[in-house]
Design a protein. Structure first.
Lengths: 161, 161
DNA sequence: CAAAAAAAAGACTTCTCAGTCCTTTAATAA
DNA sequence: TTATTAAAGGACTGAGAAGTCTTTTTTTTG
């Protein structure tokens, strides 16, 4: 549905939003371990997000990634497009050159409404909204893992990630 | 949205349905040229569909691919799952291990309803239904191409595809 | 200023999907 | 029964996504 890269991006932004502010930044290692994302790969994604001004970063001791207040207003679609390129969700599901109701493919009218409302949702929902919803459900983003099984928070210091 | 392989598969099945029956079979080269799909790659996809009993094939002179009457009753989702593996559309959009309302990811409730109805559509609509709809729109499946521009049906015999 | 800490940058590897080509098998028809 | 025809099967290549590692730059702080 979404590329793995944009999955990583979305979860990371939410995690950073949850766990940082301008005076308490989080490092790539921290995010990578909490979300079980390959550290060096994540670093590239975060850089793209930073270039796109969706998150902030600062170097040096005490540095890391964080969100400032405007960043909470970005819609989720902006994160996806920032890492996957624009219109990655707007293409014809059968790969035709144009997707339109004038030149519909056999499944256009089945898929169209679904995709349109998905796109609409992702354009409306901001980072802040998604965070708010997680809060209401009493869920933390790092409790939602992709691995086979949620590991209990053991404290063996496997720094290598 | 859908993998290129399942895009090829769906269009091919519809084309074969449109252009064949037990006494008039179509060859892989014919399908490949009409739909502008790489011939040898298509051959593999058609074999997978044939193994999955979604289309029929026969070797030798006059052989090729065709659909028998039962094959028109297969839902479109069966074609997708046959080439992309089962549940390829049911996974969490953020890549979590389980997708459920009990363990929802931040966008589960935005995506869920739409995906469910898409899945429902693809499970209900049969090959015959889709064909019927194309007929009502006076559209032939090989008029829907993926290339840059629809070429006028020139007759230069470039057999090599 | 010097040392340390962290992101930025870039080279490199690995894996999967898509695409190509060649050989073998099965069916038909002469 | 032999030649021909078409799918089946399998080996190989290429491109792009994902993942890894090392070096460089920037910032802080002692
Ligand atoms: S034309 Fe295929 S999804 Fe719109
Ligand atoms: S849990 Fe992510 S889409 Fe259902």
């Amino acid at each position: 549905m979404l590329s793995r890269t944009s999955q990583y991006a979305l979860r990371s932004v939410l995690f950073i939003a949850e766990n940082s502010h301008a005076r308490r930044k989080v490092g790539v290692g921290e995010v990578a371990k909490a979300l079980e994302i390959p550290k060096y790969y994540l670093a590239k994604i975060l850089r793209r997000l930073a270039v796109g001004k969706l998150i902030r970063s600062s170097k040096g001791p005490g540095g890391g990634y964080y969100l400032n207040s405007e960043d909470f207003d970005h819609p989720l679609i902006a994160i996806i497009e920032s890492v996957d390129g624009p219109d990655s969700l707007k293409k014809c599901a059968l790969g035709l050159n144009t997707c339109s109701s004038e030149h519909p493919c056999p499944i256009h009218f089945y898929i169209g409404p679904f995709r349109d409302s998905l796109l609409q949702s992702l354009s409306e929902i901001t980072v802040g909204d998604a965070l708010e919803q997680l809060k209401q459900e009493h869920v933390f983003i790092d409790n939602l893992l992709t691995g086979d099984e949620k590991k209990k928070s053991n404290s063996d210091p496997d720094e290598r990630n």
